[in-house]
Write a protein that binds this ligand. Sequence first.
Ligand SMILES: Nc1ncnc2c1ncn2[C@@H]1O[C@H](COP(=O)(O)OP(=O)(O)OP(=O)(O)O)[C@@H](O)[C@H]1O
Ligand SMILES: [Mg+2]
Length: 371
Amino acid sequence: MASEFAVEMRDVVKRFITPEGSEMAAVDHVTMRIRNGEFFSMLGSSGCGKTTSLRMIAGFEWPTEGEVYIEGQAMGHTPPFQRKVNTVFQSYALFQHMTVFQNVAFGLEMEGASKAEIDKRVGHALEMVQLTGMGRRKPKQLSGGQQQRVALARALVKTPDVLLLDEPLGALDLKLRKEMQLELKALQVQLGITFIYVTHDQEEALTMSDRIAVMSRGKVQQMGTPVEVYERPSNKFVADFIGESNFFEGKIKSLSKNEASVFVPGLNAEVTGMPISEGLVKGEEVVVCIRPEKIRVTEKTARAEGLFHGRVSNTVYIGADTHVFVDVHGTQFKVWEQNRISRLDPKSFYVVGQEVSLMLMPENTLVLKKD
Ligand SMILES: Nc1ncnc2c1ncn2[C@@H]1O[C@H](COP(=O)(O)OP(=O)(O)OP(=O)(O)O)[C@@H](O)[C@H]1O
Ligand SMILES: [Mg+2]
């Protein structure tokens, strides 16, 4: 293959003039290098520039600044149909009056493929999305998930090297969505094509992706594997957006490469953690971040070192986990305990007001720059 990267966005900016007359950067100096065969996701909340980025890769929009490359070739103003990418749009509008087969065959017919060729390729595409035998149905005779798969087959039938998917599972209920996530991921691995996937659902991005670009207000906040963005979020925004966190404000007392000691006034104590953000200095005001499932809660022990003592202020049973809220010097910790033990006995829960101890591991205690 000509280039290591299937798709690149190099320092891309897209500005729009809003109907109100002001200029806004929907995409603001974004650089992404997406490798061949990679499952790459853009993750971010509504309006952060995901669809705009995807549309520039597909060729439906052109960058105001910067350049999009596909297989090492600068795209300039190349029209969509001359780019080796295919798109499954946010609203996947199937042709309602056509059968499943006709919907999938449409693109090939436009290209003037022979009937035998069309039969073969449509048959294969329907097989890939497990809709064999449903070719004669109309879209409204299918479930939401099945319709979604028709949209996918319509994109796959053209055997693209790169598939762009814009919230393709957005319309499905949670259970079907989770099933389709695993199916889509398996299909991507099996076909070995590059997927660029847009979602605002963090769990979906974590489940499916090789790498994730976490976006906010047109900018990439962090790019990394699911483990990296979850375990080592590079700033408070990412730590807050992906998963849940306890945040405490404090000031760096001492600092080495692998350890930072932070005085947290809210706890009236020093906390030892990992310096994550670049360029931290002694004396800096920082944010300490700890995931609720990384904290251990025990009945109060006499031991003091590395422990915080507090009182339970609430417990919430949510099936797989119990959320325990602990008040330490007026500062709330949320702690998630997995329900490995049976919870049928009410005595298995901590009681409100009970004294407990919390254990924080320095390797899971992240010291981040204040935003
Ligand atoms: N044609 C346009 N003219 C003016 N502003 C636009 C245009 N298209 C998008 N925008 C603005 O650019 C920003 C990014 O939009 P975009 O569609 O890329 O967001 P998104 O991340 O896909 O959001 P969602 O999750 O809601 O689909 C938004 O603030 C949007 O209002
Ligand atoms: Mg969008």
